[in-house]
Design a protein around this ligand. Sequence first.
Ligand SMILES: C=CC1=C(C)c2cc3[nH]c(cc4nc(cc5[nH]c(cc1n2)c(C)c5CCC(=O)O)C(CCC(=O)O)=C4C)c(C)c3C=C
Ligand SMILES: [Fe+2]
Ligand SMILES: [Fe+2]
Length: 348
Amino acid sequence: MPEPKATALLPADHPPVPPRKVGVLLANLGTPDNYDYWSMRRYLNEFLSDKRVIDFPAWKWQPLLQLVILTKRPFTSGANYKLIWNHDKGESPLMTITKVQTAKIAAAIGERHGDAVMVDFCMRYGNPATATKVREMVQAGCDRIVFFPLYPQYAGATTATANDQFFRALMAEKAQPAARTVPEYFGHPAYIEALAQSVERVYAGLERKPDVLVASYHGMPKRYLMEGDPYHCKCQKTSRLLRERLGWEKGSIDTTFQSVFGREEWLRPYTVEHVADLARQGKKNIAVIAPAFSADCIETLEEIQGEIQEAFVHAGGETFTYIPCLNDDAAHISALVTVIEENLAGWV
Ligand SMILES: C=CC1=C(C)c2cc3[nH]c(cc4nc(cc5[nH]c(cc1n2)c(C)c5CCC(=O)O)C(CCC(=O)O)=C4C)c(C)c3C=C
Ligand SMILES: [Fe+2]
Ligand SMILES: [Fe+2]
């Protein structure tokens, strides 16, 4: 029997009570609102002040960040964002792709559950803020939220800080919804399948099969691994699962790390050095895939296809094939929807 409409029984001055729903809140890293100095500075300041990202004590880190890094990096980084910016939409590729992913996931979830589940996205840094989206969901009647950080491999600097921000947002809600956070999904067969299909699709269009596939993951300080962050191991496992699904022999995929920031040692090998070594060893045709990114962003569009490709060519490399992130590929959307459905179990 359908539930009676609660609002009909309420006193006249009672606040409206929307029908109960489940919220699915996708979360990605975030991106600047624009590439000018102040937009970049605001974004980088929020990002690089996060203790999950840079764990130095504030008294040591903040003077360096505010007085040195944030006077220069907004210009250099802003110039890089300008190169990849979606000027017609006035936003970065990460923003555009996240919007498309959300719309496609919302359509698929809507087909299954109608209005009982609402889907939206938020960013850890910048806009739309996590707290804004949690508030909107609560106001729309969500008394349960599935929070989904779109990082296939867990890292403190990504998954954990996104969750922290979600929990902080929940702290501010009078009607606090029940909450679930979706764990990393690099080992999910549907995700590995989507990744493998993207390799097969690109390879099918190549005249010459690459000598090696480089799986380049965003890096982090090596110290974080030594202190217990399992991200490194998750990346290694992703490469192995991809290789096994492709049916390739051991040694056919190299796992490397990119985007080194600061003076500390980061996870090795560094992609930019490794591709140059490959070219010098005579591996003149390579392909590069970036399985840590659920959407193409500055680190893939500018760094891999810019600096990293240049290092390869400069060292004598000939063919550099970039395999795009899974973005809004049908197999990727279907994998994400499967993961969401598994985490909605018992709630719908
Ligand atoms: C995918 C996983 C990511 C990890 C792990 C990660 C760690 C990490 N990042 C920085 C510093 C920067 N990262 C920047 C951009 C950026 N990083 C990720 C993902 C991970 N970062 C993404 C998806 C993006 C792209 C955002 C976009 O708008 O396209 C930047 C900003 C760009 C720049 O100035 O270079 C910085 C800075 C650190 C220190 C870190 C370590 C734990
Ligand atoms: Fe990063
Ligand atoms: Fe490891």
